[in-house]
Design a protein around this ligand. Structure first.
Ligand code: ADP
Ligand code: MG
Length: 306
């Protein structure tokens, strides 16, 4: 269990990147979903022991992560959002180098460990190739290879699917879900599909605050029966947006195919009920700051800030 309490981070500026985050993350895959600037990377860096928070505590299976981060690194796998490469090195040489930096023990020898890790992430075929020729998906898999070295209890991956093509993304999903069978995998993302496909539980973060802690099924159920779809003229869209909670508006042949959330009253005329997607639930949460039945307790002395 990863346990986060009262976490705040104020960068010089000052920029308040985290505003009191409390979160318990059990074993398995857990998603941290939020828009750019929400505070995801800040939270991930703190959990990886690379950044000190302004206040708060983090424990992993009862051990204090912040007090002695270096002793924790072997038990931790971290794939940063900006993963640095030595482009001229081969994948094999790069991984070997990263294992040295990480201080991973390899009882059978580092060469054997590198081989095993490359196999695990399906990169054996490209072991001798220069990393600069790798595709985005191959680079991310190499990043995962260094993260899982040492068999860590906690793996933190920060926006790993951004920039992957659909096929690469699917492969990467498989790899991550395999890893999550016997450890905590914490995945940060701004892509709702990542969460819909992978995460039995997830938190939504914005402005350094958690807005919801839920499951894809619960989040959809919260607005089930209240999403309606219809067509509007482009000129009428601003008024629709002003009067309703519009979750989506797609331009199709010069007219807008729009989806609205209508919690109580009647839908706009011509709109019909539509099956709810997780994207709808996320967008309602972004528009309104909360989902029905998902109210989180605000810390004492603070407003909800929404
Ligand atoms: P996310 O990963 O969700 O996009 P970040 O954690 O990177 O969000 O950033 C959260 C907020 O903190 C943003 O407003 C960002 O501009 C700010 N921020 C991030 N890193 C720094 C830094 N080193 N110094 C000052 N502000 C920062
Ligand atoms: Mg980020």
């Amino acid at each position: 269990m990863l346990s986060i309490q009262g976490l705040t981070k104020i960068y010089p500026g000052p920029v308040s990147a985290l505003n009191g985050v409390d979160l318990e993350v059990p074993a398995g895959m857990f998603g941290l979903l939020g828009p750019n600037g929400a505070g995801k990377s800040t939270l991930m860096k703190i959990l990886a022991g690379l950044l000190q928070p302004t206040t708060g505590t983090v424990t992993l299976d009862g051990m204090d992560v912040l007090r002695d981060p270096e002793s924790l690194w072997p038990r931790l796998g971290y794939l940063p959002q900006e993963f640095g490469f030595y482009p001229h090195l081969s994948g094999e040489a790069m991984l070997d180098h990263l294992l040295v930096l990480k201080g991973v023990e390899a009882p059978g020898g580092r060469k054997a460990l590198v081989k095993e890790l490359l196999e695990r992430v399906n990169l054996t075929f490209a072991a001798k190739r220069a990393v600069k020729g790798y595709s985005g998906g191959m680079r991310q898999r190499l990043g995962i290879a260094q993260a899982i070295a040492g068999d860590p209890r906690l793996i933190i991956v920060d926006e790993p699917t951004a920039g992957l093509d659909p096929e690469e993304r699917l492969r990467f999903y498989h790899l991550l879900s395999e890893l999550a069978t016997d450890r905590i995998v914490l995945l940060s993302t701004h892509i709702v599909e990542d969460v819909a496909v992978l995460c039995p539980r997830f938190a939504v973060i914005r402005g350094g605050r958690l807005l919801a802690l839920t499951t894809p099924t619960e989040a959809r159920a919260a607005i089930d029966g209240h999403i309606f779809e219809g067509t509007v003229d482009v000129a009428d869209l601003p008024r629709l947006r002003a009067e309703r909670t519009v979750t989506q508006a797609l331009l199709v042949e010069g007219r807008n195919r729009a989806r609205v959330y209508e919690p109580a009253g009647a839908p706009p005329s011509g709109f019909t009920p539509a099956p709810v997607t997780l994207e709808d639930a996320y967008l309602v949460l972004m528009r309104l700051g909360t989902l029905p039945g998902h109210e989180l307790q605000a810390p004492a002395g603070q407003g909800s800030g929404l």
